[in-house]
Design a binder for this molecule. Structure first.
Ligand code: ATP
Ligand code: MG
Length: 572
C-alpha cells in the first residue's frame, strides 16, 4: 500500500484478512489472549523499543517530559496494582477527567491492563454532564485533579453511591477516605503486574459520542478493537519505524484514545502530546521543532489555520512532515488543496465514528486523493450505500446514488453496546449491516463522498439537500471562512435552505454580501438547492470535538428547546 497505485489497493483489499493482520500483534505470554495495553506497551519492552520514546509531553510552559516504553510499562503496572488494592473488579469502570497530562495515559493503559473499562470525559464538562456520565456509566473510580475535584466533583458525591474512590493527580496526601493522592498511591505499589488472561470480547473502553445530533450515547468497545488501531496505524497513518506522530484530538473524545494513545503505541512510534489547546503559531513551531512525521488533526483546526493566511512550509522547516490527516467532520475540497500547498504533503481525510472505534474509510498515501472525498474503505471493512425502508435494506451497486452509509458488522472494533440502550443499539443493525446514520455516495472508482447526517438532510421543493454540499459551495467564495446550513420549515417548499456564515477578516457583513453569496451559490449549485437566507455570525456553535452543532442553530432559529448541550464548546 505504499506506492501510488490504485490497483495495489484493490489487490490488497481482496487478500486482506484480519486473522493474518492479528499475527502482527504479540498476544499475552502463554497464549492468554489479546490485551490492548500489552500490545501498546509491554510487548515492546521485550525488544529494542524498551528505551525508546513512547510519549513526549509538552507542558503549557514548553517544558518537555519524556516517557519511554519501559517507563510506561512500569507506571501502567503500578496503576493496575492500585486498582487491585482498591478492590476494583474486572469489567468495572474507571473514568478520567483530565487534560492532556501524563496521568491520563497511565490511567487509560493501566485500567486496560487491569481489565477494567476505561472511560475518558472532556475536562471542560461542568458538574451536570459529569454526573450524568458517571452515573450512567456506573463509575467506580475517577481520576482527576484537585481543582476539578473541589469545583466539580465533591458536590456530586452524594448522588454517586457507586463511585468508591477519586484519585487526585496533584494531591500530595489523601484528602480523606474517598479522595486519594494519586502520586502517593503510585509510590506505594509495585511495578510488577501480570495481566490476566484477556479474551477478544472482554470489555475495554467506553466512549460517549460527541452529542452532535442529540444526547450522547455510550459506546462500548472490546479488547480486540486493538486490531483496528494497529491496522489503521499501519495503512492509513502510514506509521514507519522511528516516526514521530502527533494527534491533536481532545483526550475526552474517542480520537484522543484510539489515535492519541493506542494506535501509535501499538505500532511502536513516538507520540507528541501538547498540553495546550489550539494555537496556530505554537502548533507550527511544534511541527518543526519535534520533527513531526505524521500529523492527525481535525477540519475545524485546518480551517482555523487557513484563516491565519500564512504558508507554513515557507516559514517553518517542515521537511520531516510526510502526512497530514483529518477526521471528525467533512474536510472541504478547498481545505485539502490549501493543506497540500501549505504543508507540501498529502492531506488525507478519513471517516469513522465513536461506534466504529477506529478509521473505516480513508484516503491513503498510496492512492490518488480526490479532494472532498472520504476515500475508500479500509481493507477488511466492507462499506456500501443502502436504501433502507423499515426492516429492509437494499444495497445500491450503481455509482453516484445517495443513500445510507452502511458497514458490514464484522470488523474487530465495532461497538458491542450502547450503554443501557439496548433497543437503540439493535436498531442500528439491519441483517449483516451496521447503519451509521450518515448519508453518502460512492463514485465509479469506489470513493465515498459524505452527504450529511441522515438527521440533517433538508427536504426542499422535492430535493434532498445535504448541508455539506451547500456549505462546501459557500466555502469556495473568497469571503467565507465557515458555513453551516439548516432546513427551516416553510409551507410551500417543505424546508427552506438557510446558511449561517462566518466571514473572513476584512469582509463586511451586509446586504450586498448576502446577495453576492446567494447569487454565487445559485450559479454554482442551481437555484433549487442554493440557500435562500443567509445570516452572518461571528462564530458557529461547535462540540468539544470540533463539530458544527446544526441542531442547535436549528433549535434557536425555530425557538425550540436547545436540547443537550453538554458537549458544546464554551462561549457559544
Ligand atoms: P452523536 O452521535 O452524539 O450525534 P457524533 O456522531 O458527532 O455525535 P462522533 O462519533 O464523534 O459523534 O462523530 C462521528 C460522526 O462525525 C460521523 O458519523 C460523521 O457524521 C462525522 N464525521 C467524522 N469524520 C468525518 C469525515 N471525514 N467526513 C464527514 N463526516 C465525518
Ligand atoms: Mg454519531
Amino acid at each position: 500500500m505504499r506506492k501510488p497505485n490504485l490497483a495495489e489497493y484493490n489487490t490488497f483489499y481482496k487478500v486482506f484478512d484480519w486473522k493474518k493482520e492479528q499475527s502482527g500483534l504479540t498476544g499475552l505470554p502463554g497464549g492468554k489472549g489479546i490485551n490492548i495495553a500489552y500490545e501498546a506497551v509491554d510487548r515492546h519492552t521485550e525488544g529494542q523499543l524498551k528505551d525508546s520514546l513512547a510519549i513526549r509531553f509538552i507542558r503549557k510552559d514548553d517544558q518537555r517530559e519524556d516517557y519511554s516504553y519501559g517507563m510506561l510499562k512500569d507506571l501502567t503496572a503500578k496503576f493496575a496494582n492500585i486498582l487491585r488494592k482498591l478492590g476494583l473488579e474486572e469489567g468495572e469502570r474507571v473514568f478520567s477527567l483530565l487534560g492532556r497530562v501524563p496521568e491520563l495515559y497511565i490511567v487509560a493503559l493501566g485500567s486496560l491492563k487491569y481489565k477494567a473499562v476505561f472511560c475518558p470525559l472532556f475536562s471542560v464538562f461542568g458538574p451536570e454532564p459529569i454526573l450524568q456520565r458517571l452515573s450512567r456509566g456506573d463509575a467506580r473510580i475517577l481520576v482527576t485533579n484537585a481543582q476539578f475535584y473541589i469545583h466539580k466533583i465533591k458536590g456530586l458525591l452524594d448522588q454517586l453511591p457507586s463511585l468508591k474512590y477519586v484519585l487526585i493527580t496533584d494531591a500530595t496526601e489523601d484528602f480523606d477516605d474517598v479522595a486519594l493522592s494519586f502520586p502517593k498511591w503510585m509510590e506505594r505499589v509495585s511495578k510488577d503486574f501480570e495481566i490476566r488472561p484477556t479474551n477478544l470480547e472482554d470489555p475495554a473502553l467506553l466512549h460517549f459520542t460527541s452529542g452532535t445530533t442529540g444526547m450522547p450515547k455510550g459506546a462500548l468497545h472490546v479488547h480486540q478493537a486493538v486490531l483496528t488501531h494497529f491496522t489503521t496505524g499501519k495503512y492509513v497513518l502510514d506509521f514507519q519505524k522511528g516516526d514521530v506522530f502527533w494527534c491533536t484530538a481532545d483526550p475526552g473524545w474517542v480520537t484522543g484514545t484510539s489515535y492519541g494513545i493506542i494506535s501509535p503505541l501499538v505500532n511502536g512510534v513516538s507520540s507528541i502530546i501538547d498540553e495546550n489547546e489550539f494555537d496556530g503559531m505554537r502548533w507550527y513551531e511544534i511541527l518543526e521543532k519535534e520533527k513531526v512525521n505524521v500529523w492527525y488533526t481535525a477540519p475545524t483546526a485546518i480551517r482555523r489555520l487557513m484563516r491565519m493566511d500564512l504558508v507554513p512550509k515557507e516559514r517553518y522547516d517542515l521537511s520531516h512532515l510526510r502526512l497530514v490527516l483529518s477526521v471528525g467532520e467533512p474536510l472541504h475540497a478547498g481545505a485539502v488543496v490549501w493543506g497540500e500547498n501549505a504543508f507540501g504533503v498529502p492531506v488525507l481525510d478519513n471517516w469513522w465514528q465513536t461506534e466504529t472505534g477506529g478509521i473505516m474509510i480513508a484516503n491513503y498515501r498510496s492512492m490518488k486523493v480526490k479532494p472532498g472525498s472520504m476515500g475508500k474503505p479500509l481493507p477488511g471493512v466492507v462499506a456500501a450505500i443502502a436504501n433502507i425502508k423499515e426492516e429492509d435494506i437494499i444495497i445500491q451497486d450503481q455509482p453516484d446514488i445517495q443513500g445510507h452509509l452502511v458497514l458490514k458488522k464484522d470488523f474487530p472494533s465495532i461497538f458491542r453496546a450502547y450503554l443501557h440502550e439496548e433497543e437503540r443499539y439493535k436498531k442500528c443493525f439491519k441483517g449483516d449491516w451496521y447503519v451509521t446514520g450518515d448519508l453518502a455516495k460512492k463514485d465509479k472508482d469506489g470513493y465515498f463522498w459524505f452527504v450529511g447526517r441522515a438527521d440533517d438532510i433538508i427536504k426542499t421543493s422535492g430535493h434532498m439537500v445535504g448541508p455539506f454540499e451547500v456549505e462546501s459551495t459557500l466555502m469556495k467564495h473568497p469571503a467565507v471562512a465557515e458555513a453551516a446550513v439548516i432546513g427551516k420549515p416553510e409551507a410551500s417548499i417543505g424546508e427552506l435552505v438557510k446558511a449561517f456564515v462566518v466571514l473572513k477578516e476584512g469582509y463586511e457583513a451586509n446586504e450586498d454580501m448576502e446577495l453576492d453569496l446567494i447569487g454565487f451559490a445559485r450559479k454554482t449549485m442551481g437555484p433549487a438547492v442554493a440557500p435562500k437566507e443567509i445570516e452572518f455570525v461571528d462564530s458557529l456553535p461547535k462540540t468539544k470535538s470540533g463539530k458544527i452543532l446544526r441542531r442547535l442553530l436549528k433549535a434557536r432559529e425555530l425557538g425550540l428547546p436547545e436540547g443537550d448541550l453538554s458537549t458544546l464548546e464554551k462561549n457559544q
